[in-house]
Ligand binder design. Structure first.
Ligand SMILES: [Mn+2]
Length: 491
């Protein structure tokens, strides 16, 4: 179900006991980040924090700041207005069941057709809450409003400056008109320009190259806040061409209302808190970074495109949403986990034996994958590893551990128990060479490295194991039931 504003989402969090207000003035330079880091590392992701008086260079900002709003399983479910994100996975499974696709591409295209039919298509409106207040950055600049008025964080001491960390970046393919929504961090250079950190394989970067070939200025709109479904959709690993705004409409079970920007032809959700309208000039780049990244290490300075502001519009009651990334666990783990759960049915199109999958926080997405399978033939665990290494972003997976279907892959302690108990390291491991994540600092050469697969499933005779495989020690169902009763009587 849809939220009509980010503030309404914050109210829902507060009613659920999931939000702490901080009335004290706290500095946007490192101190809010320090506070949020402690919160994110407390049990179950702590609470969302609403800083009512963020300080910018000693002055109280006009806008409150919200952080860690999706940083727990419960808040992630509240953000998408479901009891559990598994409910969304079930809906996707139903869409795919209509006419079972034979491969991943067909799976995605069926999903796209399915959500079209569910009335998830966006609507167009003329007036919008996000344009209640308008500051134009061109012309005489009489009101001098700029990025310096937003409570943008400096996250880590060695960061290159302040970074917008939850920007929803809207671009358009100049040839097809197809829309894209992505999340690319933005380093503030001054009041009117920022970096635009779209890495080479991202859709925003692809759109940028098309404008470069045409030698045309690229319109870009960045939105902050609104229904959290937009922020989630921007981070979801959708294939190029699957419209995130359509996907957001599916998630919130209500069409997204779009309004045209004031200074370009892009459209943005009408209910967001802030819109940064502007452009990227093809060919123009500037050093970006360093930045304390989700890997837990600083990424080095590299050249990236420059975003120029043409206007800032906002709601009267706008709240600035942000996050920090760094040594796990952080808020981004919950966004990533929700994606894995929601899209598991699409994954299963390629791998019917897959039961469940988890990317534990310690692996910061690409370093560690736990996958459970229903094993029916020898070396099936290896088939799954190689399949995953050949599939989209999963190619970066540094360690893949395959487990039997009765192992809870979301319980790292159980996975480590199975891994250690069930493997003969030489027999049950494989090493391959594959592309590596650009952010991985461990490989000797950037972007390429070795990857390891570990088969922690029970072994079959056809796998050279000819002894009987022992049974796990478990209590009987009858004993469980009786002790449940006895304990209930006591309480
Ligand atoms: Mn996309």
């Amino acid at each position: 179900m849809a939220y009509s504003s980010f503030t309404q989402f914050l109210q829902t969090l507060e009613e659920a006991g999931e939000l702490h207000r901080v009335a004290t003035a706290v500095d946007t330079n490192l101190l809010i980040a320090e506070w949020a880091d402690r919160e994110m590392k407390s049990p179950h992701g702590g609470k969302a924090l609403l800083f009512e008086q963020p300080l910018i260079d000693g002055k109280v900002s006009k806008f409150p700041l919200a952080i860690n709003t999706m940083g727990s399983e419960k808040r992630m479910a509240l953000a998408l207005r479901v009891n559990s994100v598994a409910d969304l996975a079930q809906e996707i499974q139903l869409i795919l069941k209509a006419k079972p696709p034979t491969d991943l591409r067909e799976g995605w295209s069926l999903f796209k057709q399915g959500i079209h039919l569910l009335h998830a298509r966006p609507k167009h409106v003329k007036s919008a809450a996000c344009q209640e207040v308008v500051h134009r950055c061109d012309g005489d600049r009489s009101d001098k409003f700029s990025l310096g008025d937003l409570p943008i964080l400096q996250c880590w001491p060695k960061d290159g400056g302040r970074f917008i960390t939850l920007p929803n970046v809207h671009t358009r393919d100049p040839e097809t008109g197809a829309r894209n929504l992505g999340m690319y961090r933005m380093q503030v250079y001054n009041g009117l320009t920022t970096g635009m950190h779209w890495q080479v394989h991202k859709v925003g970067a692809r759109h940028g190259r098309l404008y470069y070939e045409r030698n045309e200025r690229m319109p870009v709109a960045v939105t902050l806040g609104g229904d959290p479904a937009y922020t989630f959709a921007a981070t979801a690993p959708l294939p190029d061409g699957l419209d995130e705004i359509l996907f957001a409409g599916f998630l919130r079970k209500k069409s997204v209302e779009l309004v045209k920007c004031l200074t370009n032809d892009l459209e943005v959700p009408a209910d967001v808190d802030f819109v940064l309208e502007g452009y990227v000039q093809p060919g123009e780049t500037k050093p970006e970074g360093p930045f304390g990244d989700h890997t837990g290490f600083y990424t080095a300075v590299e050249d990236y495109p420059v975003f120029h502001l043409a206007a800032i519009t906002h709601r009267k009651d706008a709240v600035y949403p942000t996050t920090i990334v760094g040594i796990p666990p952080m808020e981004d783990f919950y966004l990533g986990s929700a994606s894995v759960r929601i899209f598991l049915p699409v994954f299963k199109m390629n791998f019917p034996e897959i039961v469940d999958m988890a990317l534990p926080a310690e692996g910061v997405f690409h370093n560690l994958v736990f996958v459970s399978i229903r094993k029916q033939f020898p070396y099936q665990a290896f088939k799954v590893m190689h399949g995953l290494w050949g599939m989209g972003q999963m190619m970066f997976s540094k360690y893949i551990v395959v487990l039997d279907e009765d192992c809870d892959v979301h319980n790292t302690s159980e996975v480590l128990f199975r891994l250690c108990a069930n493997t003969d390291p030489k027999r049950d491991s494989t090493l391959i060479t594959n592309p590596s994540d650009s952010l991985d600092h461990a490989p000797s050469v950037q972007n390429v490295g070795s990857h390891m697969g570990l088969d922690a499933t029970r072994k079959l005779p056809g796998e050279g194991y000819n002894r009987p495989w022992p049974e796990l020690v478990r209590m009987s169902a009858e004993a469980k039931r009786l002790v449940d009763e006895l304990q209930k009587q006591r309480s």
